[in-house]
Design a protein around this ligand. Structure first.
Ligand code: MLT
Length: 410
């Protein structure tokens, strides 16, 4: 018999969202008439912007003509998209990122896991707690942790609590760590990091020869002009950070799939022999070996996000979800709940009422209001007693969910 990767056996039963899916499926089988509103997984509901669809239609027609048909594209992405990203997402904000430092991919979830391929197993990893579960699970899978304890914390990882007590701002690690995951605007808490906070992280990383994995998948939801959108807006970040971005939440691409990762040239980590190695070269090798590029049609759709019409339509889409977040935030606050996030992010993070655990509140909302959220404890031990609601849904569903939650809590 062949051997399995034993590290997978350390993983907790199921990835959070499939586990929620199983519970919701069971509930709806038992209550077939219940009209369930899903504010759990952050999956978009509104249609793709018109500019994106038009660009995709035109690209499909190009693929139908011998003269304009395309087979394999460059694994790192077509220049037209990489240029548009570099100019609009970075250079326009004063961030020094060149088009050829951008690697187009099919998702930030995949990229934040895949990036581990180019880092040694001896690195000490720091994650915030609660955290997007993919960061932890992919490190478990690759063998960088021991087993989980009762609360779900894996041996070998450095957890940095983010709770109301520290205003959702993690303290810098007190020990030396090598790789640090930061996600801003934050999933799951919906909070943001100021320029000063990010500068402290960059300074820590440079001082400790650490690398920051900066997940900026939700940057389009930043409404406060003082909050940086990219880690590269911070002095020194090119020497210590890799950034992950996505079209999923910005432009409704969760089903369409297009994202990108920035690896600055000159960013280095060391080999077992102590030699400084260029991460750009390693990631290029990894990406071009294991990935064959995002399809031309989808990349043309992504490029259209940066056209004048595309920009306008994406702004409207983001504003639509932010208005949902406002409704959730304000209405739930009126009910006496302690509510965080939801101003510069599409997630609202709330303290569960009374002494309910996150899963008890999940079950209670599902059974009494037929509303699905995400238990905070599913994002980490320090998420216990918290609950996440996603603003990704129709206006009618968000308003109805609020009414039902009011009913369930009164
Ligand atoms: C979430 O709900 O946390 C996100 O949808 C997960 C993801 O983007 O993979």
């Amino acid at each position: 018999m062949a051997y399995v990767n034993d590290h997978y056996l350390k993983l907790k039963a199921g990835y959070l969202f499939p586990e929620i899916g199983r519970r919701v499926k069971k509930f709806s089988e038992e209550h077939p008439d219940a009209k369930i509103i899903r504010l759990g997984i952050g999956d978009v509901t509104e249609p793709l912007p018109a500019a994106v669809r038009e660009a995709m239609h035109a690209a499909v027609d190009e693929m139908g003509q011998r003269e304009t048909f395309r087979g394999y594209g460059p694994e790192q992405g077509y220049d037209f998209l990489r240029n548009a990203i570099a100019v609009n997402d970075f250079q326009s904000r004063g961030a020094n990122v060149a088009a050829d430092e951008i690697f187009v991919s099919d998702g930030s979830k995949c990229d934040t896991g895949n990036i581990l391929d180019i880092f040694g197993l001896d690195n000490v990893i720091a994650v915030t707690d609660p955290v997007y579960p993919v960061y932890v699970d992919t490190n478990v899978m690759i063998g960088r942790t021991g087993n989980a304890d009762e609360a779900g914390r894996y041996a070998g990882l450095v957890y940095l609590p983010v709770t109301a007590e520290n205003n959702f701002t993690p303290a810098l690690p007190t020990q030396k760590v090598d790789l640090i995951y930061l996600c801003y605007p934050n999933n799951p808490t919906g909070t943001v990091a100021s320029r000063e906070t990010l500068q402290q992280w960059v300074d820590y990383a440079r001082k400790n020869d650490a690398i920051i994995f900066f997940d900026a998948a939700y940057e389009a939801f930043i409404t406060d002009p003082a909050i940086p959108h990219s880690i590269y807006e911070i002095d020194g970040a090119r020497e210590c950070a890799i950034e992950f971005r996505s079209f999923s939440k910005t432009a409704g691409f969760t089903g369409t799939r297009c994202a990108f990762t920035v690896v600055p040239k000159g960013l280095k980590a060391k080999s077992a022999t102590g030699e400084a190695i260029d991460l750009f070269a390693l990631w290029t090798r990894r990406h071009t070996t294991k990935f064959n590029g995002v399809s031309y049609v989808i990349q043309k759709g992504a490029e259209a996000v940066y056209s004048p019409a595309g920009k306008q339509q994406v702004q409207e889409l983001v504003a639509f979800y932010l208005e949902n977040a406002r409704i959730l935030r304000e209405e739930l606050t009126k009910l006496g709940l302690k509510v965080y996030g939801g101003v510069n992010a599409p997630y609202v993070w709330l303290k569960t009422p009374g002494s309910l655990t996150s899963w008890e509140f999940f079950d209670s909302l599902l059974s009494k209001a037929h509303v699905v959220g995400t238990p905070g404890s599913g994002f980490g031990a320090s998420g216990e007693g918290y609950f996440r609601l996603s603003a990704f849904n129709s206006r009618a569903n968000v308003e109805e969910a609020v009414k039902r939650i009011q009913g369930a809590l009164s």
